[in-house]
Design a protein around this ligand. Sequence first.
Ligand code: ATP
Ligand code: MG
Length: 423
Amino acid sequence: MRYQKPKGTADILPGESEKWQYVENVAKDVFNRYRFSEIRTPIFESYEVFQRSSGDTSDIVSKEMYDFKDKGDRHIALRPEGTAGVVRAYIENKLYGPEYQRPYKVWYKGPMFRYERPQSGRQRQFHQIGLEAFGSDSPELDAEVISVGLNFLNELGIDNLKVAINTLGDPQSRTDYHKALVDYFTPFKDQLSEDSKTRLEKNPLRILDSKDDSDKKLVENAPSILDYLNDASKARFEYLKSLLGDLGINYVVDPTMVRGLDYYNHTIFEFMVTDPAFNDKEITVLAGGRYNGLVEELGGKPEPGIGFGLGMERLMMLLKDDDIKVEDDLDVYLVTIGEKAERASVKILSNIRRAGLSADKDYLQRKIKAQFKTANHLNARYTVTIGDTELENDTANVKNMSTGEQVSVSLTNLPEELKKIEG
Ligand code: ATP
Ligand code: MG
């Protein structure tokens, strides 16, 4: 084999791509119902957009970025996630302006890039679907964003989800908690991983997210954010929980769940599944939260925002074939007998397709029997047979492949006749 795809990438082939389209269509339907519109931003941005958005101490920026200098010596990065680019576009296009609806709600889908060790459900080019809502700090919007994600997955037949929520409180609660974490971890500094020693200086919240075993042990007894919430933040969280209750959403509060950056606050959430597709290990499919400081961080005026991103590859692994409704039925298979019919078939096919029906034929000069076999194989609803006689008489033989019924119709009006038969 001469060339292989780059490590950590995948070809999505026909047979599979229909499933992706199905999922993307459901996303579009559900998100539209919630009045989110699609936004498409570049797959690369200035490095700094992600650096500022994800933060220097994040795995994304410190280890996983696909970045390079372009020919004009600009520092560019392939996007590792969707939010930063959307926020950049929100500011650059002044989408906070009075002519726009608030909250300003958008969704996106597309490839993301992270230099990671490839494994099941973890690629270097992977795909996310996500959404963002700007310009409202309302807890009702938090509940809506959680529920749109859940409804999307439910509509795909995925309902064994664990919805984990947490709050990071307002900036004051965060500052208090930050200090409590520093006080707690500092005496154990020597036992922390190298990464977490740095985090302790720069961003202690991230220690809670560490995958290192010795860090994890220390994290078990770390103070909980819930004990550092001020009254307003506590009341807000209680209200959100009651809204989720109204929506009939079963959730668990996970006080160790964090987003390490200062501009995250209040609500954060993750949807998890334990599924045979992942050896019954719990994995996160969707993750999101409120990021009221991010727009300002990227150079805009302060504007609240909230959103989530979900991994398509992990989602596809969870989908059972029964959950996916793929329509690839063929309306018409054209069977030709002889050279004249073969030539005429080019125009006939074109007419059928222009009339809105799907149609195909044999391009390998095979015998009639083989052509019918292909028609069966392709699940054609009808075959249309033409030979010299049909061409002379301006007729065509139409056969209903499920009933075996045959009728002779006008060849000139074939598309109309077919549509009549179809009803
Ligand atoms: P993890 O802890 O699994 O690395 P993460 O915190 O890096 O996840 P997010 O940045 O929150 O993930 O991205 C949201 C979702 O995108 C994840 O829940 C997952 O479904 C998906 N995802 C993230 N990285 C990858 C990857 N390398 N390959 C495939 N899907 C991914
Ligand atoms: Mg990761």
